[in-house]
Design a protein around this ligand. Structure first.
Ligand SMILES: N[C@@H](CCC(=O)N[C@@H](CS)C(=O)NCC(=O)O)C(=O)O
Length: 281
């Protein structure tokens, strides 16, 4: 791993690392925020942040204002790119498929299968890499925005025990039912409803996956993508049917899909994740 950026931030360090990814077969960049506690060698919990369409590792670290609360609570933030990158990596015309739009799945279809293995990358490789290189204490939470909200919820729902809690901002909760998800899943996963269901939060909740996982989701009611792409009512209905004890959806009045929304509520999410460490153990 090679460190390509370092900035003092709230008594800690915002860094960007470049590394060779075995699961993706590419060179990737990842943002790492080390709070003052970690800089002093103390072991800290880690939050994996998954960004949305068109993003790389920079959007969250420069726009979410996350470092202040991470410093206060003593959390490491791990912020990967949203897809494999490089000239050898397949891509497509639109912003919602290919590079910048990996959807956090392991692709099975050509030409994507060679590199688009974001599920393995974030849930296995990146966690191992973080544990080997930074003072992670073993507690992991996961959060994300839009496509990354989908990635955060499905990663935690599919993998009981990996994440203490999962939260999301404007997540794509039913990708099998909406245009963004249908386009990406058809390309990456083919025409296989059973495989789609494994990467669909509403389907995973309906089938009872990881029933004790604490969940928090925020949507903005002025989000232009709300009705067509996000459809929070599908998540609410699935949660109501499931009888989960620790799951909450909030509709925030006046907020849109942007990082102004994420930055407004990120501290609230990290405090909630922090509280879950004590609550479940
Ligand atoms: N048409 C929009 C759609 C993509 C979009 O809204 N991306 C969100 C995540 S789904 C985002 O975080 N964009 C980058 C940013 O706001 O920094 C665009 O091309 O920017």
């Amino acid at each position: 791993m090679e460190r390509v950026e370092v900035h003092a931030s709230f008594g800690g360090r915002q860094e960007v690392w470049r590394h060779e990814s075995a699961s993706l077969g590419t060179i990737q960049q990842v943002g790492v925020y080390l709070p003052p506690q970690a800089v002093q060698g103390e072991k800290c919990p880690a939050l994996l942040w998954l960004s949305g369409l068109t993003c790389n590792e920079q959007n969250f670290i420069t726009k979410a204002g996350a470092q202040a609360i991470a410093a206060e609570l003593g959390w490491i933030l791990i912020v990967p790119d949203t897809s494999p990158r490089g000239e050898q990596v397949a891509d497509a015309e639109g912003y919602d498929l290919g590079q910048g739009a990996g959807f956090y799945v392991n692709a099975t279809q050509e030409p994507w299968a060679a590199h688009y293995r974001m599920d393995d990358y974030v849930n296995i490789e990146l966690r191992e890499l973080a544990a080997a290189n930074f003072p992670v204490n073993g507690h992991w939470a996961i959060s994300g925005h839009s496509m990354g909200g989908h990635g955060a919820l499905t990663s935690a729902l599919r993998n009981p025990g990996l994440y203490t809690s999962a939260s999301a901002f404007s997540p794509i909760v039913a990708p099998s039912q909406v245009p963004w998800g249908q386009k990406a899943f058809t390309a990456y996963l083919g025409d296989e409803p059973a495989v789609w269901a494994e990467y669909d939060s509403v389907e995973l909740i309906t089938s009872g996956s990881n029933p004790e996982l604490p969940l928090l989701c925020d949507f903005g009611d002025a989000d232009d993508f709300l009705e067509v792409q996000l459809q929070p009512q599908r998540l609410q209905e699935a949660l109501d049917r499931s009888g989960r004890r620790n799951a909450r959806i909030r509709l925030q009045p006046g907020y849109d899909h942007s990082y102004y929304f994420v930055s407004t509520f990120f501290a609230d999410h990290l405090k909630w994740h922090h509280a879950q460490i004590g609550a479940g153990s």
